[in-house]
Design a protein around this ligand. Structure first.
Ligand SMILES: Nc1ncnc2c1ncn2[C@@H]1O[C@H](COP(=O)(O)OP(=O)(O)OP(=O)(O)O)[C@@H](O)[C@H]1O
Length: 331
């Protein structure tokens, strides 16, 4: 029997609604549409990365991330042999099988995403609908694109160098504060409302960051930065199409660099972030392509960062295009 689809489900996604929906609605549909279904619930942060790593080493052809962008990010890291957990802690769970049988020539499974998170922005670029039955049927069709992968590395001068892969969008500044607010909130305004509420609250604050920036091998420059988006995918923030030009297999990031703005312009900006049309903001916003971006805070500023809605560490950081790719199922 060939191992095909392995579903990794974050029951906690979308404020815990995913657990109930999975059991009542999704699993019965999956049993109708797929054969050989294997699935697992995560129990805590990091588990999805481990289970993706496990599925790869067991020979599954496709790993399905069920949840939001954070779950997708963990699965991407696991598929690329970067489990975000200590494997030793999991030995008991899988009886040591994976770790002892690990073979480096194992193929990386394809990634599929079933949108059941708060924002689930990456699936918008993929063209996977929120209607679960339609999404499952598309996943079964197995139409693939070889997606570029971003790598974010902490450039801290002291301590351990940290890294994490991302597949959708990384960002620095006010956007990372929005993510933090949403992740810590009870999300009582629903999917999109939670992001809009957090974005307005953040943009009304006078938060800007003195930063040294360098693109690719160009000379560094200093900027009073509000936000910078480093985009492989098109959407973030619960449906904002910040980067309509992004293509997953383009071989470079689309960059949206936004300098410090006053409050009125910030609100004007927010409305423009929803369709990626920056007309009227040409003085404040620079659009460009790059494969590498380095950001170093000036004056010991603490600059928040995020990638795929997760906050792995603070600046100084380097975002770069990884040589690795993942086949992703698209609509
Ligand atoms: N069983 C679990 N219990 C608690 N947290 C978990 C569990 N499994 C995964 N997580 C963490 O939950 C966080 C949120 O998950 P996810 O991003 O998938 O959902 P979301 O926040 O509702 O959606 P989105 O990020 O698309 O807005 C992630 O940081 C993930 O690591």
């Amino acid at each position: 029997m060939s191992l095909t689809f392995f579903f990794i489900v974050n029951p906690n996604a979308n404020s815990g609604k995913t657990k109930l929906n999975w059991e009542k609605k999704v699993l019965p549909l999956i049993r109708l549409i797929f054969q050989n279904v294997s699935w697992v619930f995560t129990e805590k942060k990091g588990d999805a990365s481990f289970y993706a790593y496990f599925a790869k080493n067991c020979g599954y052809k496709t790993v399905v991330a069920v949840g939001g962008d954070g779950t997708v990010n963990e699965v991407v890291n696991g598929l690329l042999d970067n489990p975000l957990v200590y494997l030793e802690d999991y030995k008991q769970k899988i009886k040591g099988e994976l770790i002892e049988n690990y073979k480096s020539e194992i193929n990386t499974p394809s990634l599929a995403c079933l949108p059941m998170g708060t924002g689930s922005d990456f699936t918008r670029t993929l063209g996977i609908p929120y209607h679960i039955e339609s999404a499952l049927k598309i996943i079964k069709q197995n139409k693939l694109v070889a997606s570029d992968i971003g790598l974010i590395e902490s450039n801290a001068t002291q301590g351990e160098k940290l890294f994490r892969y991302f597949i959708n969008i990384g960002s620095v500044g006010a956007s990372a504060e929005v993510v933090q607010r949403v992740n810590q909130s009870p999300k009582k305004f629903g999917k999109n409302g939670s992001y809009i509420y957090a974005a307005i609250k953040t943009l009304l604050k006078d938060n800007h960051f003195y930063t040294q920036i360098a693109y690719d091998n160009e000379p560094p420059f200093q900027l009073d930065l509000r936000v910078i988006f480093i985009c492989n995918g098109r959407y973030c923030g619960g449906g904002m199409e910040v980067s309509p030009k992004s293509k997953l297999n383009s071989g470079s990031f689309q960059i949206i660099q936004i300098r410090n703005l006053n409050k009125i312009k910030s609100i004007y900006l927010l409305s423009h972030l929803y369709n990626g049309n920056y007309t009227g903001l040409e003085k404040e916003i620079i659009l460009r392509e790059a494969k590498k971006i380095t950001l170093i805070p000036i004056d010991n500023n603490i600059i928040p960062i995020e990638c795929d809605g997760e906050q792995p560490f603070l600046a100084p950081v380097e975002f770069s295009l990884s040589p690795l790719k993942i086949n992703v199922i698209i609509g």
